[in-house]
Design a protein around this ligand. Sequence first.
Ligand code: OOB
Length: 548
Amino acid sequence: MPVSVPSPSAPRQVWPEEFATRYREKGYWRGETFGDFLRARAAAHPDRLAVVDARHRWSYGELLARSERAAQGWLGLGLRPGDRVIVQIPNVAGFFPAVFGLFLAGLVPVYALPAHRQTELAHFAARSGAKALVILDRHEGFDYRPLAAEVQAGAPELRHVVVIGDPGPHLGFDALPDGGQALPQVDPASVAFLQISGGSTGLSKLIPRTHDDYIYSFRASAEICGLGADSVYMAALPVAHNFPMSSPGVMGALYAGSRVVMCPNPSADTAFRLIAQEGVTITGVVPPVALLWMQAAAKTPHDISSLQVLQVGGAKFIPEAAARVRPTLGCRLQQVFGMAEGLVNYTRLDDPEEIVVTTQGRPISPDDEVLVLDDDGRPVPEGQPGHLLTRGPYTIRAYHDEPAANARSFTPDGFYRTGDIVRRLPSGHLVVQGRAGDHINRAGEKISAEEIEDHLLAHPGIFDAAVVSIPDAFLGERSCAFVILQPGAALRAPEVKAFMRGRGLAEFKVPDQVVFVEEFQTTAVGKVSRNVLRAQLRARFLDEGKTP
Ligand code: OOB
C-alpha cells in the first residue's frame, strides 16, 4: 500500500509527545484507523447486518465493498489524501459508504448538519478549503441540490458537488469515476474528520479529530453502554452530530459489530415504528424529544419493549423529567453530557437511580482530567459550582486554524475551557449548572448570540440588537432578540424573522421571539460589555414576567 502523503494544507491535531506516549502506552490509542476497523469487522462477520434504513439493508461485507468503491470514486475525482470534503447527509444508510469511502481514501469529511444552509456551508467551505461537497438529493421535503449549487457558486475551491440519489445538475455518487489506484495507508495519528463546534462565540469553529483519539472515545463508549453483536443502535438525532455519531452512536455500534438503524426524523411515530420493526435496543435523544416520547408512549400502537436504554443529552435534562423515563418508556435512562471538542460523560448502567436522574454522568476515561475552578482559576471545594476545564486522550488541544479562539479556549497547559458551569460530586459525577458564555442551547442546538446579532445588524432598519436565552419549558432555552430600531424605521417581529430566514441561516437560528426596546440600559459609566448587557436584558425580561 502506498503511504499517504497528506496535502500540505491538511488539518493537524497534535498532543505533546509525553501525553501521546502515555495515551498509547495505556492502550487508549491503538494505531487503528476507521478503514482498519471496518475491514476487520467485514472480515470477521461479512454477512451480519450493519446498516438499515427505509430502503437498504447492508451487511458488513456489503458496506465495506460499497465504501471501497466510493474511496476509488473520491480519488477518481482527483482528490488527494488530506483534502477536505463537506458531508451534508441526513440519516440514511448512504451516509456510511460516503464517509468510510473518504476515510479509506485518506480524505477528511467536514460534518455539516442537515439544518445548515448557505451561510453556514459557505463558512465551512471557506474555513476548511473543501474541494467537494456530498449531499443527499432531498430529505423531509427539502431539496439540497439548489442549495449546493448556491454554495458552490460562492466557493471557488469547491470543485465538485456529489449527490446520493438523483444528481440533477451535479455528479451522481454512483457515477464517480473509478480511480483505479491502490488505496493509501492512512496514518492513525492524522486528522480523520472535522467536526463543527457549537459556536459559543461567533461562527462555528472546526474541530479536528484524529483516528486514534476518536476511535478510543467510541470504543470505550460502546463498552460503557454494553454494545455487542445483539445490540441495535438507532440514530434518531442527525448523525453528523457528535452525540449520535460517537456516544457510542453509529460508530461505536459498528465498532462493536452491532446493527445501526437510521431514523429519518425523531418524531415519536417514526421512531417508535422503527424501534418495533427493528428491535432497537438503544438510542439517544435531546431532552425535548424525550419529553415528546414520554407523552406519546401511553397511546402508541407500537411495541417498544425492545428498547433497553434511552440516552438523553445535548442539553440539561431536568430531574423531574428524568425520573419519568423508566415508568413511561419501560427502559433505563442514561444521561450523556458531552461536547464535540472531546470530553463525554455518562451515567453508568449500574449507577443508582438517584445518580442517573440527578447527574449528567462521569467521564469516559480514567485519564480525562477534570478541573472545576472559580472565576480566578482556583479549584472550588468539592460539590461547589465552578468552570469546567478538561484535558485528556480524546479532547482536542486546538481548533483548526483559529489562533484567537485557541488562545481564549485553551489554557497554556492544554486544558479546554468548556464554558460550562458544573458541580462535581465525590463519586466524580458532574451536575451541569449552566453556562458561563453567551450561547443559547435550544433543544441541544447551540446558537451563538454574537452570530445572530451580526445578522440582525445587517438590516438597515435595525440600530442595535442583543440576543439572549430565555428559559423555555419545552426547548430548555429559546432565543429572544432585543432590537432597537433606527429612527423612523417601522419593523415588526414577523418582518425581522423573515429577514433572518432570508440570510440563508439554519432555521433554528431564527430568533423565537423579538422584543423591541427604546434603548439598552447602560451603567453610569456608559458602555457595558455585551455579556453584561445581555444579562441585564434577560433579567428585565424575566422580571417583567413575560415568560410563561
Ligand atoms: C453535545 O455536543 P455539542 O458540541 O453540540 O455541545 C456541547 C455543549 C456542552 O458544552 C454543554 O454546554 C451542552 O452542550 N451539553 C449539556 C449536556 N450535553 C451537552 N448540557 C447539559 N446537560 C447535558 N447532558 O451536545 C454532545 C456531544 C456528545 C455527546 C452528547 C452531547
